[in-house]
Design a protein around this ligand. Structure first.
Ligand code: SF4
Ligand code: MG
Length: 333
């Protein structure tokens, strides 16, 4: 609710604060139990900051995070410990998040030991079970991270996230560093696990084609804000934000006849600097549909289907959401 995160820019001899990187600005949304919410946007748009703030790994400058009604930044130490177990993270690069000097077995035992869970035998059993669940032979427990492939390491990252029976998992670019064929294996595994353990995912990626398989709903971020949020089918087939349209135009589709007719929307200019975001609509410096009002007035983030229960919620921040006719991609989700 209203999540805002500014990071100080330090500089000069006394390390004075020269300015602020506005990494997240007034972001509000809900994640439903058991769903998978995909989050896309260019690097630096605030996706990871948002994911880490949800897990209480970063303190927001403003705003709150509620987990099943509890304000997670207002919990005491004991309650934080409890909630910690329920909320886990899977990282982009398991190699840098796995201690290179520890064997896989020790890495997986650590969280159980930290939380004082089970006897030594019970921990061993739990770890063996998890290795099976993520599709790895228990022999790997005696190896070091560098002896595993990228895909195998990510399976270890997933096993570690599952150890404490979590409910909610932030997957931060969990497949971005992997080859495409391995990506789909890992996405399939994550989907199986979601069903098996009734998990809720916040699934971050920089690419719509990656989140396409795993998401129920998709949030599109631009410069620290969510600009569009709705179910996957609507995002792909009836986008309402010009930025979403441009992301969709970059996805190649298999049918050559349709692909030939499609127009790639190439945005002009670079992503503006997040320490000095544009006034009004932050997308106005690059939006193909920009008008005078966009430069001065910030569009509200509203549900265009408010009051119509026959349609899915469709949040969008654009002054012209009801007037523009944007192109989606039919038939790929
Ligand atoms: Fe483009 Fe204006 Fe809509 Fe922003 S508010 S996305 S600049 S049309
Ligand atoms: Mg990131």
């Amino acid at each position: 609710k209203g999540l805002t995160k500014y990071f100080p820019i330090k500089g000069g001899l006394l390390s004075k604060t020269k300015g602020w990187v506005k990494s997240l600005d007034n972001v509000s949304f809900t994640i439903k139990k058991g769903e998978s919410l995909g989050v896309v946007g260019e690097s630096g748009c605030g996706k990871s900051t948002l994911g880490r703030t949800l897990l209480r790994l970063l303190e927001p400058t403003k705003g709150e995070v509620y987990y099943q009604g509890e304000n997670v930044f207002a919990l005491d130490k004991g309650e934080v410990r409890k909630i910690r177990r329920k909320m886990q993270m899977i990282f982009q690069d398991p190699y840098s998040s796995l201690n290179p000097r520890m064997k896989i077995g020790t890495i997986l035992e650590e969280p159980l030991r930290l939380f004082n869970l089970g006897s030594e035998d019970e921990r061993k059993k739990r770890i063996d079970d998890l290795m099976k669940i993520v599709g790895l032979d228990s022999d790997y427990l005696n190896r070091f991270p560098h002896e595993l492939s990228g895909g195998q390491r990510q399976r270890i990252g997933i096993a570690r996230a599952l150890l404490l029976n979590p409910e909610f998992i932030v997957c931060d670019e969990a497949v971005s560093a992997l080859d495409v064929s391995i990506q789909s294996q890992i996405i399939n595994l994550l989907q199986d696990l979601q069903e098996q353990f009734n998990l809720t995912y916040f699934f971050i990626a920089h690419d719509l084609s990656v989140v396409k398989h795993i998401s129920d709903r998709i949030a599109v971020m631009y410069l620290g804000e969510i600009v569009e949020l709705t179910d996957k089918k609507s995002i792909f087939e009836q986008p309402l934000h010009p930025y979403t349209e441009s992301l969709l135009s970059a996805i190649p589709i298999a049918n050559p006849e349709i692909q030939r007719k499609r127009k790639r929307i190439v945005l002009q200019g670079d992503v503006p600097n997040p320490d000095n975001p544009p006034t009004g609509c932050r997308f106005h410096t690059r939006c193909p549909y920009t008008q005078e009002i966009c430069k001065s007035k910030k569009p509200a983030f509203n549900n265009v289907n408010e009051g119509d229960s026959s349609k899915p919620e469709h949040f969008v921040a654009c002054h012209f959401a009801n007037e523009l006719t944007l192109n989606g991609v039919e038939g790929i989700v």
